[in-house]
Design a protein around this ligand. Sequence first.
Ligand SMILES: Cc1cc2nc3c(=O)[nH]c(=O)nc-3n(C[C@H](O)[C@H](O)[C@H](O)COP(=O)(O)OP(=O)(O)OC[C@H]3O[C@@H](n4cnc5c(N)ncnc54)[C@H](O)[C@@H]3O)c2cc1C
Length: 425
Amino acid sequence: MHDIIIIGGGAAGFYSAIHIAEGLPNLNIAILERGKEVLTKVKVSGGGRCNVTHAQFDPKELSTNYPRGEKELLGPFHSYASGDTVGFFEERGIELKIEDDGRMFPVSNSSQTIIDCFTSEADRLGITLHTRCSVTGIKRIDNGTEYFWEVVTHENTFKTRYVVMATGSNPKMWNLIHQLGHTIVPPAPSLFTFNISDERISDIPGLSTVAEVSVLDKKGKHQKLKSKDIKEGVLFSEGPLLITHWGMSGPAILKLSAWGARLLKEYDYRFKISVNWAPEYHQNGLVDLFMEVKQVERKTVLRTKVLEIPKRLWKNLVAAAGIKDTETWPDVSKQQLQELAEQLTQCVFQVNGKSTFKEEFVTAGGVELKEVNFKTYESKLLPQLYFAGEIINVDAITGGFNFQNAWTGGYLAAQGIIHNETLNK
Ligand SMILES: Cc1cc2nc3c(=O)[nH]c(=O)nc-3n(C[C@H](O)[C@H](O)[C@H](O)COP(=O)(O)OP(=O)(O)OC[C@H]3O[C@@H](n4cnc5c(N)ncnc54)[C@H](O)[C@@H]3O)c2cc1C
């Protein structure tokens, strides 16, 4: 009989195993991993650098980065959050650095540093690791005198008192959990980029600028709050926007893809967005500004720097407003300037599909939040069954928050088991 079986040798699985073993050194702990390698997502994460967490140390602020899980994570973050993650790695000789946007990476700039830390810790603490060990069934044995779990793999049946499920977004595991009586919120991809084919951006891939973006509903109005996934009342975000060969990416777009994960799936990823390239203005304010410029400026509209936006984007928007390269301010009509202001502040694009954001992606959906005790990460339905990481219906915007969910869940599940064991002694 094992004491604890952790299913899934990923971020959350290792984090919980290490903390359980530290708290309960004499217990028999094993990690079962279906792949031939462990921590494969950590390896590729953050473009191979592993964006471990985010320099957001206030639990309330931290929780606002989770389209699903914001409310539930507030308590857990008061117990274990980014600062604790930094402490964990520091204690093990791994220094993290903060980038300008708040993302935190190992100073080595290599995810291998994190993997080596976890595998050497697991080794030091005597945690058994079974790779190529895919779990195909879980059975609860409760015969009145005994209570334990049977974890079935292709070759073995492991008996164990506790199970920690940390299998990420594997649909087969969600099915098993569903068969045990839990509700599973259907999966939907999150953190993706928008495919847009449009003359106004086709010749400027690589260009990045700060913009406001909102999703429009079927009537062309700002998409109103329809589900609890959408936070601000409308599906809106602002921040750096990157033009790509296929459309648009960057934090402003990725945030929309996260908050709108469910709705945009319903739209089959075909919808309209409105971009404000000059976030400090709205259309009327900009028309007033242009009319003032028209009074004093004699140069071509194309060559006049009125706003802080990249020149090549300005050129394309001037053309889209029907203003020729040679037209000067005195030449253009108020109507043309109104059109230019509209292109700048309410620039509508048709999105036709999505692409994978290679640095980080995640799946929304998973074990229903109401069925998890967020003090211990134990199932509210089945004692001695714990969940940690992406398996739960929690996901975040990009920036290290998804790993923080895995660390917090892994840590608190470990504390839950330690507490339970101590009580039973
Ligand atoms: C390309 C990419 C880059 C990313 N970069 C970042 C980043 O820089 N920062 C960030 O915060 N987040 C990042 N993420 C998200 C982050 O990787 C996940 O949120 C995190 O790995 C979730 O941890 P987890 O332990 O819950 O699941 P996982 O890391 O997915 O681990 C689950 C493990 O369970 C195993 N497993 C599944 N089914 C079974 C089974 N039946 N039997 C046995 N084992 C099983 C899997 O093989 C896997 O090893 C990235 C994601 C991707 C895809």
